[in-house]
Design a protein around this ligand. Structure first.
Ligand code: ZN
Ligand code: ZN
Length: 323
């Protein structure tokens, strides 16, 4: 199960960490100030998902870079168009006159950047010590990012600049029923594979007889994995809301911006942000199980003010639209 842990305090800029039990790596959403992000958290990061590079979402990348220098492996960064240049510019803000052999340089920390635009995802690499941007081509995989535990989908939201919303879906777990008319064996693995590949015609050999996979699917049980969504700065427009609903449909947890109060709607629209009420409502329309408002304007930085924003969000989330 994917576990989301906020590494930023409520008054700080956003940083959300995703942990997976019995998995060596962690994953990070946005690089805002994060008092609770430890050095060991940073060393274990395998991929970073940046919504957009407004300073409040990206400035803490420097701290991450500082503590990742010794990890000697690839770290992936995903983000909107321009992110590759943003990452490179941050790195080039420092002096890199270190002497490494070619072999050492190849093994040292390097970044793969996946840059999302409307029609394609461009892949770039950045290596020490020159940190030149090498364009490696276009991503052809089905998902923006995938590993053995989860896959990541996204939506490009309008925040007067593209802001990427992410959804992390854990792979389903397929198990076989205990009560079977056949002896257990190698065929179970082949059947599970046919199920994952959605190949009902595949022939499965059991005790010398061939069976069609679709006739055996009844013996499988699928347990859906958890789904966690991260939706940052966006204008509360119909178009953005539809994209959020499609991406986050029935997520277990949705972390979403609640920058302004609804009485500040004019300001929210001017700055292409949402309000607590509208974010709560869109979370409800997406039928998420749990919605967590994060990222509040500096206008609402006292405990009392944040409580008011959260209450407004809850009102939006619990509203009954059918009434
Ligand atoms: Zn922003
Ligand atoms: Zn922001």
């Amino acid at each position: 199960m994917i576990q989301a842990v906020l590494k930023s305090k409520l008054k700080e800029d956003v940083c959300l960490q995703l942990n997976i039990p019995n998995h060596s790596f962690t994953y990070l959403c946005d690089c805002g100030q994060a008092s609770d992000l430890t050095i060991s958290d940073i060393i274990n990061i395998q991929a970073i998902f940046i919504s957009h590079t407004h300073i409040d979402h990206f400035f803490n990348f420097d701290t991450i870079l500082r503590h990742q220098l010794q990890v000697n492996r690839k770290v992936t960064i995903c983000g909107p168009k321009g992110i590759a240049k943003n990452v490179q510019s941050k790195i080039l803000g420092y002096n890199w006159n270190i002497l490494l052999s070619e072999e050492q340089a190849a093994e040292a920390l390097h970044y793969e950047v996946r840059e999302i635009s409307e029609n394609q995802i461009d892949v770039y690499m950045l290596h020490t010590p020159k940190w030149e941007l090498e364009h490696k081509g276009i991503l052809h995989e089905q998902y923006l990012y995938e590993n053995e535990v989860f896959s990541v989908e996204y939506a490009i939201l309008n925040h007067r600049t593209p802001c990427i919303a992410y959804c992390f879906t854990e792979h389903s777990k397929i198990s076989i029923q205990k009560d079977l008319p056949f002896k257990q064996g190698e065929w179970i693995k082949a059947l599970k594979q046919a199920f994952v590949e959605q190949n009902p015609e595949k022939e499965i050999l059991i005790e010398g007889n061939l069976h069609k996979a679709q006739d055996l699917f009844v013996y499988l049980e699928e347990k859906k994995g958890s789904k966690i969504a991260f939706v940052m700065d966006h204008l509360a427009s119909e178009e953005n809301h539809q994209k959020i609903i499609n991406l986050c449909k029935e997520a277990d947890e949705l972390y979403i911006e609640a920058y302004y109060l609804h009485e500040e709607l004019e300001l929210a629209e001017k700055n292409y942000h949402s309000t607590a009420l509208l974010s709560g409502q869109v979370a409800q329309k997406a039928q998420v199980k749990k919605a967590i408002p994060i990222h509040f304007s500096r206008r609402h930085q006292t405990e009392e003010a944040i409580v008011k924003v959260i209450e407004e969000f809850e009102r939006g989330f619990n509203e009954n639209f059918n009434c």
